[in-house]
Ligand binder design. Structure first.
Ligand SMILES: [Zn+2]
Length: 341
């Protein structure tokens, strides 16, 4: 029998990571490219097609055995999952990327595996649920705070897609009526306060207004503000601690309300801001739990992602396999020992 090869792609605003898996989701080959310079859909399709070709050549794989391609990206998708309605990181509006990539692969590799597009949070959380931190629960909420704030929900053992394929957008729940303008065009979204880009802007506003603070902490004055440099000192300086307190208050309210509503067994908190700002993360967790309805709090574990960089491509490949009614495995591959939990 011919081997089944499944492709998973994690397409970020700066990097694209591609992996080829067998039907047991063991990685067989991979490729990686920087894409920041040219995010035009045609260029991205060509880059990804070349990555795929290279990854097949590296591992002596026959492109005819490619069964399906799953791609995760940060963006809002059409109901059928084939068109990216809005992906600010890539500058895409109404791009029928699944069709375009299928045509590019057909032209450049001579094969026609179907392409499925997923929200990147769905790929990450699906992978953490199947193979990572949250393997033992039927219901979970995953929230990643990075440049933006995104989420995904597993309910009753299934990824919740929503009526129009956009469930889980916790970054755009409203936390301040008529508040700060968000990238989605509305005001007062959680992301406009807690998303890394907005958090940096708010810290910069404070530093501009308090030059003595910047003088006392030159590590805050680099060309690019690092939130990881702010986190250890934020609570010692009232103008910064006010931001950390407000941000953790708003995150905690949103997370606790979502947990009360969904009654998940796991709340998975990941993303660059949480990774690099342990003080902020601790504040959020400490404030969230008491706000969750007591009966929903009893079985709630707060977890960190385990999957690392493989999680995005592997989750995309697993979701794509599911689209073709190929059951992705639920117990392999093994995870690295000693990963923080
Ligand atoms: Zn928004």
């Amino acid at each position: 029998m011919d081997p089944i090869l499944c492709v998973g792609i994690d397409l970020g605003g700066t990097n694209a990571r591609l992996q080829i898996f067998n039907d047991a989701l063991h990685p067989i080959s991979q490729g990686h490219a920087r894409i920041r310079d040219d995010c035009q859909p045609e260029s991205i399709c060509h880059t990804l097609s070349a990555l795929l070709k290279g990854a097949c050549l590296d591992a002596h794989l026959n492109v005819a055995h490619l069964q399906v391609i799953g791609m995760g990206l940060a963006g809002q998708l059409s109901r059928d999952g084939r068109t990216v309605l809005n992906a600010p990181n890539l500058g895409w509006l109404d791009v029928d990327i699944a069709h375009q990539f299928e045509k590019t692969v057909e032209r450049e590799l001579g094969v026609t595996p179907p392409v499925f597009i997923f929200n990147d949070l769905n790929t990450l959380v699906f992978d953490e649920w199947r193979l990572g931190a949250a393997r033992d629960v039927s219901d979970m909420l995953g929230v990643y705070v990075g440049t933006g704030v995104g989420g995904a929900i597993i309910a009753g053992g299934r990824l919740l897609s929503g009526q129009s394929n956009n469930a889980g957008e916790i970054g755009h729940v409203k936390v301040v009526p008529e508040g700060r303008v968000c990238g989605c065009g509305q005001r007062g979204c959680l992301e406009a306060y807690a998303g890394g880009r907005h958090l940096e802007a708010r810290v910069s506003e404070v530093l501009d207004a308090h030059p003595t603070l910047q003088k006392a902490h030159p590590e805050l004055g680099g060309e690019v503000l690092q939130l990881s440099a702010v986190d250890p000192i934020a609570q010692d300086h009232p103008p910064l601690s006010a931001i950390w307190e407000q941000t953790s208050d708003l995150l905690a309210l949103s997370l606790a309300n979502a947990c009360t509503l969904l009654n998940p067994g796991a709340l998975l908190l990941g993303g660059g801001v949480f990774d690099h700002c342990p003080t902020l993360r601790r504040l959020v967790v400490d404030k969230t739990l008491p706000l969750v309805l007591e009966v929903a709090r009893r079985d709630l574990q707060v977890l960190r992602p385990l999957g690392g960089v493989e999680s995005g491509p592997r989750g995309a490949a697993a979701l794509a396999m599911q689209e073709l009614a190929i059951s992705p495995p639920s117990s392999i591959p093994p995870l690295p020992p000693g990963a923080p939990r």
